[in-house]
Design a protein around this ligand. Structure first.
Ligand SMILES: [Zn+2]
Length: 183
């Protein structure tokens, strides 16, 4: 059953994975791809009910059972904490899981805290940092962190496996370091 679920929808996210981290060799492109990725994460998180409706009724029942067993609640509940609707704001900022990750990460965006209530405002604020010293690198690391949080969220849903917070930070940094070697 776990195998069946792993096969369900996320071919899109695998494609983006390649697009961004292997094919993107200049910063602008990464930021653009990051935008596309964030848009897609938003669509998948907020429309997860609809996308589940498109799977066969058999698979849909399996997913719902899985979510219900894990959280005791219906769809759209955060799979990390089981407590909160899974919006981008929750997933990246409000969830205890995300908070711990940002605490462990070498980068913080204290100046953007007021914008966290709306992911897209926060995102705009983030991109303004391109002008800062090392701004581009810091944005890239940040996008890596968002990306790893997203991948971990999918791992919980499709593989029923939780990724430790520190692992998220290490993976994001590794991706960032190897990207730097390309330039
Ligand atoms: Zn949560």
């Amino acid at each position: 059953m776990a195998q069946k679920i792993a096969k369900i929808p996320l071919s899109i996210y695998q494609r983006k994975d390649r697009l961004i981290w292997n094919h993107s060799r200049n910063g602008e492109y990464t930021v653009r791809s990051g935008y596309a990725l964030a848009k897609e994460m938003e669509a998948q998180a907020t429309k997860s009910v609809q996308s589940k409706e498109q799977t066969s009724s058999h698979n849909r029942k399996e997913i719902k059972d899985l979510v219900h067993r894990r959280t005791g609640k219906g769809d759209n509940i955060c799979t990390s904490c089981g407590d909160g609707i899974e919006t981008l704001e929750h997933m990246f900022f409000e969830c205890d899981y995300a908070k711990k990750i940002w605490k462990l990460s070498p980068i913080s965006w204290d100046g953007l805290i007021d914008l966290q209530a709306c992911f897209w405002r926060w995102w705009e604020g983030l991109l303004e940092a391109t002008q800062r010293v090392n701004g581009k690198e810091h944005i890239e690391l940040t996008i890596n962190i968002l990306w790893q949080i997203w991948k971990a969220r999918n791992k919980v849903i499709f593989d029923n496996a939780k990724v430790k917070e520190i692992t998220i930070v290490r993976k994001a940094q590794n991706g960032w370091n190897s990207r730097k070697l390309w330039n």
